[in-house]
Write a protein that binds this ligand. Structure first.
Ligand SMILES: [Zn+2]
Ligand SMILES: [Zn+2]
Length: 96
């Protein structure tokens, strides 16, 4: 005598393959975003004629984000959020 404790077992074993996999979509834009960021950085440093935007004396060697990226990651590649600064001014900007 077999006990039939689980009726309709075959009925609930249907796997639907229509679920989109988010993993594949996430990998691509991350690469793309890094490239865009690099382009925006070099462009901005070129436009500033390599002079620090804060002191105007030293060479701008680094790119500072006016709005920190941990606050607004979407502004990473936004030129209006970029500031070409020298190493010293950049260090000062991050002291606060
Ligand atoms: Zn400076
Ligand atoms: Zn910075």
């Amino acid at each position: 005598m077999l006990p039939r404790s689980k009726p309709g077992l075959h009925g609930v074993h249907q796997h639907k393959s229509a679920i989109p996999s988010p993993k594949r979509d996430e990998a691509a834009p991350r690469k793309w975003r890094r490239n865009k960021l690099a382009i925006a950085q070099s462009k901005h440093l070129r436009q500033s004629k390599h002079l620090c935007e804060l002191c105007g004396l030293r060479l701008a060697e680094e790119l500072h984000h006016i709005v920190p990226l941990n606050v607004a990651m979407h502004l990473a590649a936004d030129p209006s959020n970029h500031q070409a600064v020298c190493k010293e001014c950049h260090a000062q900007a991050h002291k606060h």
